[in-house]
Ligand binder design. Structure first.
Ligand SMILES: C[S@@+](CC[C@H](N)C(=O)[O-])C[C@H]1O[C@@H](n2cnc3c(N)ncnc32)[C@H](O)[C@@H]1O
Length: 322
């Protein structure tokens, strides 16, 4: 099978990984698995919602609803909607839409108004073509067997693959041997933004730009807390970093009125939670020991979310629609 098709089946097919497993069973993200981090991230998300006057929060790729659960505790006035392939809604979440998965979104997700739509680590699990240059420098789409064995697929041709080839010319520099083609992610994000009449789209993911595009791509697997080789048999998550520059350019082309802002997670948190990283005064330990410990925990979680080379380097793309 072509990688894109095998990837989709493995994650979202009838017996797919995400139909049987919640993300938290297999890997940590900024919203779950790092002590205290989900609460801090929720604070930042609520601050962004308040800044844009949003009364609703929609989490696309909500996993086990962890982020929504933290937001419910912090901001009970916000109307909360989760979207994922399985309904795993926690208490306090008002609505849950079951999604087909991958690039496809549920029909019920439409005409969103005054909403902050969050896609936290959604696009990296939207399957896309995986391509490699052969010894003659010609792009081929890679095929993969159920055990993960890869073989060079057919040569990409102008007649059949013009859009993919154009994407590769524009977004992949010469030295790169293997790449994940970002088009399905670009289109999925545009589809999501198009469902928002008024509000803000926030996309958070690990990503790269043309100048730091990884030479051998980034497709990988996660199972049981470990990074594993990508095998499309439904036993592991399959993920690849997002081509952020291509994503921004695609949204700017389709939505000329929308001014996308891209920052790192470290920058975004500094902006949304000013002063949150300040040292905790020692005298608080004597006066209010519980508050002292809580403040220390929050500061530690914030440091983890801002860590350079880790979550701090995640990209935040904020796209407001008026
Ligand atoms: C990497 S996990 C991230 C979960 C959570 N947002 C977090 O950061 O912990 C990706 C999630 O996106 C979900 N997903 C994939 N495609 C989707 C789609 N089209 N609509 C809604 N959820 C989707 C998966 O089922 C999975 O729960």
């Amino acid at each position: 099978m072509r990688w894109e098709q095998a990837w989709h089946e493995a994650l979202y097919g009838p017996d797919g990984f995400y139909r049987r497993h919640a993300p938290a069973e297999h890997f940590a993200t900024s919203v779950q698995g790092i002590p205290g981090a989900g609460e801090v991230l929720a604070e930042a998300v609520v601050a962004l919602a308040r800044r844009h006057g949003c009364s609703r929060l929609v989490d696309v790729g909500a996993g086990g609803g962890e982020l929504l659960g933290h937001v419910a505790a912090l901001a009970p006035d916000l109307h909360l909607t989760g979207v994922d392939v399985v309904d795993r809604r926690p208490a306090g979440v008002h609505e849950w839409l079951v999604s087909p998965g991958g690039a496809a979104l549920p029909d019920g997700l439409a005409h969103l108004s005054d909403a902050l739509v969050v896609a936290h680590e959604w696009l990296d699990v939207v399957p896309c073509p995986v391509v490699e240059r052969d010894e003659d420098g010609v792009w081929r789409e890679l095929a993969v067997a159920a055990d993960g064995t890869e073989s060079p697929g057919r040569v990409l041709t102008r007649a059949q693959d013009a859009e993919v080839l154009d994407w590769l010319v524009r977004w992949v520099p010469d030295g790169v041997r293997r790449a994940e083609v970002g088009l399905p992610r670009d289109r999925a994000a545009a589809d999501l933004l198009g469902r928002l009449d008024r509000g803000v789209l926030l996309v958070v993911d690990y990503g790269h730009d043309r100048e730091d595009r990884p030479v051998d791509g980034t497709l990988t697997g996660y199972r049981g807390g470990r990074q594993v080789p990508p095998v499309p048999d439904g036993s592991c998550d399959l993920t690849a970093h997002v081509a952020v520059d291509s994503l921004v350019s695609h949204l700017a082309t389709l939505f000329p009125d929308v001014r996308c802002r891209v920052s790192t997670q470290a920058e975004a948190l500094a902006d949304l939670l000013p002063g949150a990283g300040a040292p905790v005064p020692h005298e608080l330990a004597r006066r209010e020991p519980t508050a002292y410990l809580r403040a220390l925990g929050r500061r530690g979680a914030l440091a983890a979310l801002r860590a350079p080379g880790g979550p701090g380097g995640f990209r935040w793309l904020v796209a407001p629609r008026q």
